[in-house]
Write a protein that binds this ligand. Structure first.
Ligand code: PMP
Length: 435
């Protein structure tokens, strides 16, 4: 084991296995990582759904450097700086109308826990403070802070902490066997799956429920694309019962599903929307919560003029370097027309990914925009195969994410067809050897 690894406790990693056989990136440029020996490894998951415009973008690096020399840090408590307003208004400009009050945070997990507090604060502000129960879904991932852990639907992530988590009821996930090998939105079951929300409302009482948290496409748990009609119906049920609808777009945001946000791809408008990852093209840690103006205004109106309206915030909320990275990244996305480019590349991506349906080890393939998954048939017990294959792919020169038996792909929006073809050719070599 290299001496420098000894003190380092890696997150979400089998540390003992990793340290026997470390996989270390020492450099990145464009669509490639390079390991310590200088070997290129094609990045087919944008780092971790973050580097939409590719790695090492000079415009962003320069903006961060210049900002640190100009104004390195101010907290955002009782103080502000111009790039914080600019980042907030630029983000608002990409969202559906009215979803335009933006709270800045430092990660997806913080965005989710902030959204929970905003939902609770809004009901309280309206004299409806008994609405505390949260609803999310099986196979959801909403980060690792306590609120997001409670919302999460992955057993391993949640069970060990069960005693200290806020109350959450889980809807069914949206994967169905009759929808396998669907491209884009599956046909079957949207209405029926959404009706599960009515079941939970009947069970717990709408008057006790604050909000429903949904990843429009469940991303890190295997790219579960919502069947047609599902999100529309969930929206209608929320409206009927006074529940807030929160879209967690930490992965879906910034062009990943075809439009700027999945809210636009699917034509369904949430009341609150969380984002992170590609908000800075991965160059600085940052997240944000976009809030419907009426929710924001109600929370402010409920407090006296000189009182803090919302007792929440982070030292690094709106950090100048993160705001500089975000404004520069959003400039790049606009200048390079990145969301449209991603959307134009999506059919080639879907074509290439779905071509793996012929392999004996493949159980399902799902995709939308530039987000996709190949689900492998389990081997050595459910959920064990993805990790082994992900390691084999790294050795063959391809960086992806795995969850359970699913291999997950989210190529940069600046990818060319040739990059995708290179990824698919490595993938075919490795997957063809599986039975
Ligand atoms: N929500 C979703 C939908 C995510 O995919 C993630 C991260 N994969 C998070 C929240 C948590 O984000 P972070 O790791 O930045 O805290």
């Amino acid at each position: 084991m290299p001496a420098t690894l000894e003190h380092y406790w890696l997150p979400f990693t089998p540390n003992r296995d990793f340290k026997r056989e470390p996989r270390v990136f020492s450099r990145a440029a464009g669509l490639y990582y390079y390991d310590t020996a200088g070997r290129p490894i094609l990045d087919a998951v944008s780092g971790l759904f973050a580097t939409a415009a590719g790695h090492g973008r000079e415009e962003i690096a320069r903006a961060v450097y210049e900002q640190l020399l100009e104004l390195d840090f101010t907290s955002s408590f009782y103080r502000a700086h111009p790039l914080a307003f600019e980042a907030a208004s630029r983000v608002a400009g990409l969202l559906p109308a009215g979803l335009d009050r933006v709270f800045l945070v430092n990660s997806g997990s913080e965005a989710v826990d902030t959204a929970i507090k905003i939902a609770l604060a809004w009901h309280r502000a309206r004299g409806d403070g008994q609405r505390k129960l949260l609803i999310s879904r099986e196979r959801a991932y909403h980060g690792v802070n306590l609120g997001g852990t409670a919302l999460g639907g992955l057993i391993n992530n949640r069970r060990a902490f069960a005693g200290v988590l806020p109350a959450v009821a889980h809807l069914r996930h949206t994967w169905r066997a009759d929808n396998i090998f669907s491209r884009g939105q599956p046909e079957a079951g949207g209405e029926e799956l959404a009706h599960d929300l009515q079941r939970l409302i009947d069970l717990h009482g709408a008057e006790n429920i604050a909000a429903v948290f949904i990843e429009p496409v469940a991303g890190s748990t295997g790219v579960l694309v919502p069947p047609k009609g599902y999100l529309e119906r969930v929206r209608a049920i929320c409206d009927q019962h006074g529940l807030l609808l929160v879209f967690d777009e930490v992965i879906c945001g910034f062009g990943r599903t075809g439009k700027a946000f999945a809210a636009q791809t699917f034509g369904v408008r949430p009341d609150i929307l969380t984002m992170a990852k590609a908000i800075t093209n991965g160059a600085q840690p940052m997240g944000a919560v976009a809030v419907d103006r009426r929710i924001h205004d109600d929370i402010l109106a409920a407090a006296p003029d000189e009182a803090i309206e919302f007792f929440h915030g982070y030292t690094w909320s709106g950090h100048p370097a993160a705001c500089a990275a975000s404004v520069a990244a959003l400039d790049l996305y606009a200048y390079e027309d990145l969301f449209a480019r991603g959307e134009a590349l999506a059919p080639h991506f879907a074509e290439g990914l779905h071509a793996f349906a012929d392999l004996p080890a493949v159980a399902d393939i799902r995709s939308i925009g530039l987000l996709g998954a190949i689900e492998l048939k389990p081997a050595g017990g459910p959920g064990k195969r993805g990790y082994a294959v992900q390691k084999a792919l790294f050795d063959a020169g391809l960086h992806i994410k795995s969850t359970g038996d699913a291999l997950i792909f989210a190529p940069a929006l600046v990818s060319g067809q040739a990059h995708l073809d290179e990824a698919f050719s490595i993938l075919r070599r490795v997957l063809s050897a599986l039975r």
